[in-house]
Design a protein around this ligand. Structure first.
Ligand code: NAP
Length: 305
């Protein structure tokens, strides 16, 4: 029996594990894919307080080591349900079931799809959702990035160092990402901004060859020759498996406030998977601490009763 089971080993989940084990709890992390979460695809992190500059990979690796060296266990299993019987919780996975006293949902969010025909088919054949993972395949080639947030801006900057030309396609005439990144991109001679435009078709035989872009103001269509397309149009949560254990909002985020409480006794939530205004590395780590300490307080209280 574990004290605390944390579902998801991204920044929020690993931070929660650090706080859980340091409070003397037996902690199990369940992770479906790889530990580290979304920060793994960040080339460089410059806005985590106290760390001037670090790669996303190194940040994730440090946090994983910190949690596991302190005593947290990690199992690569997909959590599919939380069952409750007489106050005891069991997290059911694709392989097994683990009893515990408290649960933290830190499932993060997944990359949003554009929803275009052939998008799935061409993923891995010219379409990617991770510039830092796949950018090097497009050295010297023409590529496109779509999106207007920090991820798209950082991806375009990163690719401008490898690719001959980078089209940055955004559906509006301003970016929601940081001004500092927009300024840096404007200085790159090989970056072409294609504003107020959406990709409407993905073309090519076995591999992506061109994308058709439509300007929403002029309605003009244009075909851009690109070997690669990097889609960075935000994220969406996947908490459906836990919809009978906690309340989800209309977009699928776990409903909770800054105290990371879900309204269900003994179930907490942390990081990008919950309803919140600011989704940053620092706020994911902060949530991990808040959720773990709230879970510890809940365990203390329930052991007195
Ligand atoms: P985001 O900020 O939600 O931006 C998503 C972008 O994709 C928006 O510009 C949006 O357009 C566009 N978009 C959404 N759906 C679309 C569709 N169907 N077709 C075309 N465009 C679409 O997502 P993100 O850039 O992944 O960032 C997520 C969070 O992580 C943010 O809070 C961000 O600040 C943070 N982040 C921080 C850093 C950093 O601090 N270094 C780095 C990366 C990410 P509209 O603008 O028109 O809505």
């Amino acid at each position: 029996m574990y004290d605390l089971i944390i579902i998801g080993a991204g920044t929020a989940g690993l931070s929660a594990a650090v706080y859980g084990v340091r409070a003397g709890k037996r902690v199990l992390l369940l992770e479906e894919q790889v530990y580290g979460g979304q920060i793994l695809s960040a080339v460089e992190v410059e806005n985590y307080p106290g760390i001037r500059r670090i790669s996303g990979y190194e940040f994730a690796e440090n946090l994983y080591r910190q949690a596991t060296e302190l005593g947290a266990e990690l199992r690569y299993e997909k959590a599919v349900k939380i069952r409750e019987e007489g106050g005891e919780k069991t997290v059911i996975t694709n392989r097994s079931g683990y009893a515990c006293r408290a649960v933290i949902l830190a499932t993060g969010a997944k990359k949003r799809r554009l929803g275009l025909e052939r998008e799935e088919e061409l993923t891995g054949a010219g379409i990617s959702y991770c510039a830092t993972c796949d950018g090097a395949f497009y050295r010297g080639k023409d590529t496109a990035v779509t999106g207007g947030g920090n991820t798209a801006l950082e991806d375009a900057l990163f690719l401008s160092g490898y690719c001959r030309k980078v089209y940055l396609i955004h559906r509006r005439d301003w970016f929601r990402g940081e001004e500092r990144l927009v300024r840096a991109l404007k200085e790159k001679e090989n970056v072409v901004m294609v504003m107020e435009s959406r990709i409407i078709r993905l073309n090519g035989k076995a591999h992506l060859e061109t994308v058709t872009v439509k300007n929403s103001r002029t309605e003009r269509e244009e075909e851009l020759l690109v070997a690669g397309l990097f889609i960075a149009v935000g994220q969406e949560p996947d908490n459906r498996a836990f919809s009978d254990a906690v309340r989800l909002d209309a977009s699928g985020y776990v409903e909770a406030g800054e105290d990371c409480r879900t309204g269900r006794a003994g179930i907490f939530t942390a990081g990008d998977c919950r309803t919140k205004e600011v989704r940053q590395l620092a706020t994911a780590a902060a949530d991990g601490a808040v959720a773990a300490l709230a879970a510890c307080a809940y365990m203390e209280q329930s052991s007195w009763q």
